[in-house]
Every structure is written in C-alpha cells, then in structure tokens.
Design a protein around this ligand. Sequence first.
Ligand code: THU
Length: 138
Amino acid sequence: MEPPEDLLREARDAIGKAYAPYSGYRVAAAVRASSGLIYRGVNVENASYGLSMCAERVAIFKAVSSGERNVKEVLVLVESGEPAPPCGACLQVIAEFGDDNTMIYSVSKEGSKVRAWRLSELLPHRFSKEYLRPAGQK
Ligand code: THU
C-alpha cells in the first residue's frame, strides 16, 4: 500500500520542526483539504505535559483557520518503527471536518511500514452535531 506521495513529502519536511523534548516521540501530520491545499503540523509539547498538542490537530486547526471546512485525507508520520493510528481526541477532531470515508494513513519514519484506515474503521460511533439538537427537532 502506497501512501499519497505529496502528503508524505510534506510530513517528512515538517517532522524536524516537532517540539517533543519530553516524550522524544516526534510526529508530523499532513492533511489534504477539499480545496486541494495541504496543511501540515507537528506535535508541540509543554512542560505542563497535559497541554501538549498532537501533530494531527495542529494541521487540522491550521487548515480550518485558513478557511477550510473539509478534510479528505490525513497522513501521520511517526518517528518510531510502528505506524500508529491517531489518538482518540484527534479522531474526534478529524470527524468534525471529515466523513466516514476520510482516509487516514500512518507511516513509520523510514517509510518501511504503512497502515491505512477509513475514519469509520477507527471511530465507528462518534459524537456529532446531530446530538446537540433538542429532542424532537430534526
Ligand atoms: N502524538 C501525536 O502528535 N499524534 C498522535 O497521533 C499520537 C501522539 C504526540 C503527542 C505527544 O507529543 C507525543 O506524541 C507522545 O504522546
């Protein structure tokens, strides 16, 4: 399985900018928005550990704050040998701007291992805006 070449190139270019002095686990993400533009992000940690932010959310928030509202593909590049799926919080954020068929690729740094999923596989049931409507309203 080949990950999208352009997303991988962007993530490879970005991973050196990851700020991960506490975990030592550097991550980069590249997302393709419906406009066709690619946005990238890295993880940004904090001495107050819980404030650390994942690469995927950085990339998606960059896209949304640039005016995008729809994410088509997400690629995650991890420094370890094992390609990992996004964390639960990132999946929920991907769900806000994607759909069941949004593709998520994970690639290990050497590129030797690749995994791919549809969002529906990783987050089959999710909280969404439909649940915010008062009972009886469609
Ligand atoms: N991290 C990401 O950036 N994306 C993921 O999908 C999983 C975890 C970051 C958060 C933290 O900076 C480090 O990896 C270790 O959890």
